[in-house]
Design a protein around this ligand. Structure first.
Ligand SMILES: [Zn+2]
Length: 173
């Protein structure tokens, strides 16, 4: 694994662990406790893969192999991506694995790949909550999510926080 990818994986891992610590997955699942999430993150594999060829080499940044708890990265993307774009893709793909392992929809079924659960997770850990999009569009969206997340705006709190946390905050302020 190259050094930049290693750094992004570490950052992404910290974000997931931190969100678990703060109870921010409560709207999605009650199975993601700090202990289970940290243990689970240790089992996620990140591999730079030479299997991207043709059109996929140009357009696919990474892929989540949900049943193998593994993320593949396109080496070409690693070459061209800026650090914040690389982190976005690491978080995005771990997000797919997380939803697959921890989250079920209201009827107890598997969630859609880029469905509402996966999008909410983007607001929690900070990736562009959107599947494929132009590079410019994605960069804008990453910055937008980061702004709301780091400033903990009202819109962000309403989207992400479990009601109990929200009420506790209101009482404290
Ligand atoms: Zn995706």
């Amino acid at each position: 694994m190259n050094e930049r990818l290693q750094k992004a994986v570490l950052q992404a891992t910290i974000r997931f662990a931190d969100a678990a610590d703060r109870g921010l997955f409560a709207r999605l699942t009650d199975k993601a406790t700090p202990e289970t999430v940290v243990e689970w993150l240790r089992g996620v594999e990140h591999i730079v893969s030479q299997t991207y060829t043709g059109k996929r080499k140009r357009y696919v940044n990474g892929s989540a192999l949900v049943e193998d708890r593994t993320v593949l990265y396109n080496p070409r993307f690693l070459e061209v991506a800026e650090d914040f774009e690389l982190l976005d893709v690491v978080l995005h793909e771990i997000g797919h694995l997380f939803v697959w392992d921890f989250v079920r929809d209201a009827r107890g079924k598997r969630c859609a790949h880029h469905g509402s659960e996966w999008r909410l997770l983007g607001w929690i850990v900070g990736y562009a909550p959107q599947g494929s999009k132009s590079r410019e569009g994605r960069r804008r969206l990453i910055r937008d999510v980061e702004y709301h997340r780091t400033n903990q705006t009202e819109a962000w709190k309403r989207a992400v926080m479990p009601l109990s946390l929200l009420y506790a905050l209101r009482r404290a302020s």
